[in-house]
Every structure is written in C-alpha cells, then in structure tokens.
Design a protein around this ligand. Structure first.
Ligand SMILES: Cc1ncc(COP(=O)(O)O)c(C=O)c1O
Length: 387
C-alpha cells in the first residue's frame, strides 16, 4: 500500500541498514544530530517544494502531525500572536492517533472514546459530492467548499486561528480528492489571514500523485508538510516535518544561540538506522525515476479500475495518480460489506485497505501493467460475488 512504494525486499535498503548498524547503531537526538540524519534532511530538501526545506525527523506520521501542531503554536507565539491557538481540520480527516492528530480527526470512531484534547477544532466540510461520482482525476464540482473556511473565520476570528490542516487527498477515509481549485482557494484564504496551511502528506508523499509530493502535483505550496511511511519504503519507522524556511528562522532566532528554541523531540527521532534506510530509499526513487514511473502508469491504472463501475455493488470510484477509492453499497450496517470484502480479497492474494464500505487501492510505484490487471481481475471476481 502506501508505505512500500518501491516494492518489498529491496536489497539496497537491507544493505544500508546493516552497514549503519555496524557503524553507528544509535545516537542521542538531543543537542546534536548524526551524519545520516543530516543527509536525509538534505536529500528531502532536494525534492520538497522550494523553500520548504527545513526538516525535523520523527518516527511516525502521528508524531509528525503532533510535532507540526507544536511548531505552529510556537511560531505564532514568537511572532507575538500567541492568541492563535485554534486549529481547523476537515470532516473525514485522518491525522494519526496521537492526541494532537486525534483532535484534528474527522473520523468519528477514532475520536469517540478518547474525547478530543485539542479544544474546539472547527471542521471544514469534506469534499465528497454526489455530483462528482465516477470522476477521473480532480473533480469539477466543489472548489467553493474551501469557502467554508470563511464561515469559520467569521465565527472565530481569523486572528485566533493558528493553522488549517488538510490531507491534499484524504486517504484513510476512502480517498477523497480535492475538487479543482479547492486547495488553491484554501491557500488564498489562509495567506490572506495569516493562518498557516499544513499539508499532511503521510499518504500522498513520495510519488503517489505523480510528483514527489501532492503539493507539487497540485501546484499549491503549504507552510508545513508532514510525511512518513514511504520515506523509508516502510522498512524502518520514520516520519518528518518539512517547514518553510521563514518559520524555521523565526523560531530559531527567537532565543539566543545557546538556548533551546523548541522543547520537543523524541529519543529515536533521526535515528541513524532509520535515516540510512531513508537515504537508500530516496536513492532508489531517484535512480529508478519511480515518481515519473508511477505517473506514467496512472492512466492505465485508472482506466482499468473504472471498468469496475458496471458492477452493481460499486457506487463510486475516485482515482488520481496511483491511489483510488471504490465505494460499495452498504450491506445492512455500514462497514459489514467492507470488512467481508477485504478478507475475501486477502484470501485471493490482494491486500486492500477498506474503511467502512470504501476500498482503498494503492499499488506500488514499481507495479507493472500485469500487476494492475491482476489487482483489477481479483477485485472484479470478488465484487461480482457481492449481492
Ligand atoms: C494522513 C495521515 N496522517 C497521519 C497518519 C499517521 O501515521 P502513523 O500511522 O505512521 O502514525 C496517517 C496514517 O495512515 C495518515 O494517513
């Protein structure tokens, strides 16, 4: 799925991890970095949107999101706007399971037992619209849904809002695409009101949308961008927060050089072995031109997937790059069909994540047409059996 973008069993990663374990198997992350951690930050900066090139390394997507939340709060504080504490998220959003990300969650089951610790997070409307069903690529209708942010600003006051967090493509909820013009409009409104825009690219990052990051595919540059999963091809846990240089400087310059600017970090953040895995992974992406390869495969993937639309049980298909969501008619209680289906698919050799009654399909960037054919054929056979 999203993590193993370069395919399983990549020898280069195995070797890099082994060598790193021999050379330096741990280095404390406080006070100083280590060579692989600096190198991975530098390599990431080379593929991130221009100017978004200050990198903080963590161990997961959830940690990346919570780290980003704290950076946002600190940035506004050092800029003399400590009252900006409200975070805006979106219905059906997924931002991990730590308390910050949970506060931003728009998925009810993730939050209902753990009452949100971030107070008062206004949610933008999600971007699924019935009139966009079975659209290939970015949907035509709904760009104006971004104006929901103006309603939230009118209610809470722009001067109190710290940041808007969105997944450029909402992944875990079943792949909701941003309507045409939607992200541009969010960028316009946030910039006009001094609100930071954070893209959570834990799923979208590393070629899933045809470019290194969705920010580049969609031509919208956020202020902060979070990643994880495919950063190491899933081999070793790692996440990262990429930050606009101006935000970084404001925070760094806020205290004298011998004082700590950001009281935050994890013992294993920037772990040298994870960093070695990430360096090897980024090198595979570069050498094998996997982002371009994924982009080239995309239209075949989408064409084949859309042949499933005739099946009675399929109520919507959404797809972009190498990520797609298929909605299925519920079988009585929501989620029953989705659960049954993912088990049946797994038994036939296809691992698909279902969320409720939506199936998420995300082949590796190294996939070939024959793999797409196999995925679609297993899906067709299994979905055809559903009544
Ligand atoms: C958009 C997004 N953010 C954050 C996370 C959390 O990442 P992790 O499971 O590595 O903590 C995920 C996980 O799927 C995600 O999709």
């Amino acid at each position: 799925m999203f993590a193993v973008a370069a395919g399983h069993g990549r020898e280069e990663i195995t070797q890099a991890v082994g060598r790193q374990l021999d050379e330096l198997d741990f280095a404390p992350s406080f006070y100083r970095g280590n060579p692989p951690a600096f190198l991975v930050a530098e390599k990431l900066a080379g593929i991130l949107p221009a100017g978004l090139d200050r990198v903080f390394l963590v161990n997961s997507g959830s940690e990346a999101v919570d780290t980003a939340i704290k950076m946002v709060l600190l940035y506004h504080r050092v800029c003399g706007e400590a009252q900006r504490t409200l975070f805006v998220s979106r219905e059906r959003a997924y931002h991990g399971v730590n308390f910050g990300g949970l506060g931003l969650s728009g998925i009810v089951n993730n939050r209902r037992h753990f009452a949100s610790q971030l107070p008062n997070v206004p949610l933008l409307r999600h971007t699924w619209l019935a009139e966009n069903r079975f659209t290939r690529g970015l949907p035509q209708h709904g760009g104006e849904l971004a104006d929901d942010l103006l309603r939230i600003i009118a209610t809470h006051g722009a001067e109190n809002i710290a940041a808007v967090f969105v997944e450029p493509i909402a992944g875990s909820t079943g792949v909701l695409l941003p309507p045409q013009g939607y992200l541009e409009r969010l960028r316009e409104i946030t910039s006009a009101h001094g609100i930071l825009l954070v893209f959570d690219e834990v799923i979208c990052g590393f070629g899933r949308t045809g470019k290194a990051f969705a920010a580049q595919s969609f031509g919208v540059r956020p202020d902060i961008l979070t990643v994880a999963k495919a950063i190491t091809n899933g081999a070793i846990p790692m996440g990262a927060v990429a930050v606009d240089r101006g935000i970084h400087e404001a925070i760094i310059d806020s205290v004298p050089a011998d004082q700590i600017e950001f009281f935050h970090g994890y013992t294993s953040g920037g772990h040298p072995v994870a960093a070695a895995a990430a360096i090897a992974t980024l090198e595979i992406y570069r050498r094998e031109e996997l982002f371009a390869r994924g982009e080239a495969l995309s239209s075949y993937f989408i064409d084949q997937l859309f042949t499933l639309r005739e099946l009675p049980v399929v109520t919507d298909i959404r797809a972009y790059g190498l990520i797609a969501g298929i909605d299925l008619a519920p079988d009585g209680k929501p989620g029953v069909r989705g659960y049954r289906l993912q088990k049946a698919l797994f038994d036939r050799g296809l691992h698909v994540k279902t969320t409720g009654d939506a199936a998420i399909i995300a082949p590796a960037l190294v996939a070939e047409r024959q793999h797409i054919d196999k995925i679609v054929s297993i899906l067709r056979r299994t979905l055809a059996e559903e009544k």
